[in-house]
Design a protein around this ligand. Sequence first.
Ligand code: ZN
Length: 513
Amino acid sequence: MKTNGILRHLHALDRDCCLLEKTAAVLQWDQETNLPSLGVKERADQLALIEGLAHERAADPRIGQLLADLGSGSEHPSGDESLPPAERDFCRVVRRRYDRAVKLPPGFAADAARAASLSQAAWVDARRRNDFAAFVPHLGAMVGFARKRAEYWGFTGGAVYDGLLDAHEPGIAAEEIARLFGPLRERLSALLKRICAKTASCPETAGDRDFPALSYDTEQQARYSRELMESLGFDFRRGRLDTSAHPFTTTLGFDDVRITTHYKKDNLLSAVFSTIHESGHAFYEMDINPELRETCLAEGVSMGIHESQSRLWENVFGRSRAFWEYQFPRLKALFPGQLGSVTTDVFYRAVNRAGPSLIRIEADELSYSLHIILRFELERRLFSGDLEVEDLPRAWRSGMKDLLGIEPETDAEGVLQDVHWSMGSFGYFPSYALGNLYGLQFLKKLRQDLPGYEGDIARGVFSAIRQWLRENIYTWGRRLDPADLLFKVTGEKLSAAPFLEYIETKYTELYGL
Ligand code: ZN
């Protein structure tokens, strides 16, 4: 078979893998948004079947043969140098998925998917009843599946956690993350302490402090979320907004990118910022080069790069003064009773209020990374054998005290608060803080190329920003690995410096430190 024929065949097999993955994503999206509670068991079986089929297809020996015919091996994944660059990237990504898939024994993917589905349901229940003990067997099983998966992939002994990290952020190891998180731990904690001291000595007035928790009609909130997405350039012909307990984004097809949010009557800001955050994820997925459509390259390259985009939109753009110069009059028009007397400056300060808090997803931009560092350190200890599942609540409380200076009274507000571990997603949390770092490195370059970008934001114009992000980051999909993408755009390696500089400048000004 000639090269073109081999590539065509490989693309056809890859396309089936992608279709099965998207089919599983539809079932997962439905589970999070619409599924009646008694439907969980059947859904677990449905997902297990589809995940099993997807794994079978990904491990199809024909893929191994076709890759070999193109000169791709585990050592030289990109294949023959005469192949076009995009096809070499395609081979590299298919090779990676194939090598991982064939290393897992038959039935493993389906068993893990079924257990994760049940564990997630058990977590919902345990969190509601604040009963960590009831969740322990499920969490233990999830740790077991994750450990086995990494070991099958060849990450053994002290490297197990590296294997889990690599699945979310290709090419990064725990040691490197610890090196990046060191200065974050130190400087963010110090800044938070200075803010606490300052707010203790000069507290805000009650009116300025309390307005986001007044009562806000959820229908009106939903209307604003939609208007906001439209003004950022979200194309509703290619996506949807729905509600779920935890906001998320999922790609069900090249022209079907869905986000969710949640509306709380007594918290105006929650839906606003989760909508912007998830829109940032969606823009990345929607702006991948259409030529990559229906291939494994047509998705975000890593969770860290994905978070760099959602957090750039949510925090750097969405929590800027310029953003609310344009948006606040619109929000005010929908809630004249609650916001009528609030000025743009007071609102800007309210959306950037910082302080120690218990819940990660409600944390401010400054302390958020500290919540992540806690989870990273606990995961690392879990997989090094230094910490048992049963001891997590105690380790959680002492970590919170150490990093944020506060402790939760219940496990529901502590170790049970996040969905990730219940689904077996270990090694995922660091992506959020890595995203902050990538994001500010990208911004440094964006600012050089588009010096007027803040003026655009103040006028509600996002076309030039979207175009810059599309051309420099989004269009690549998975063609470049995270470190290569970062280097291509910025000429730099991953660093905490731009993020720390941004946070310290912003909060020193905000709090007059
Ligand atoms: Zn996100």
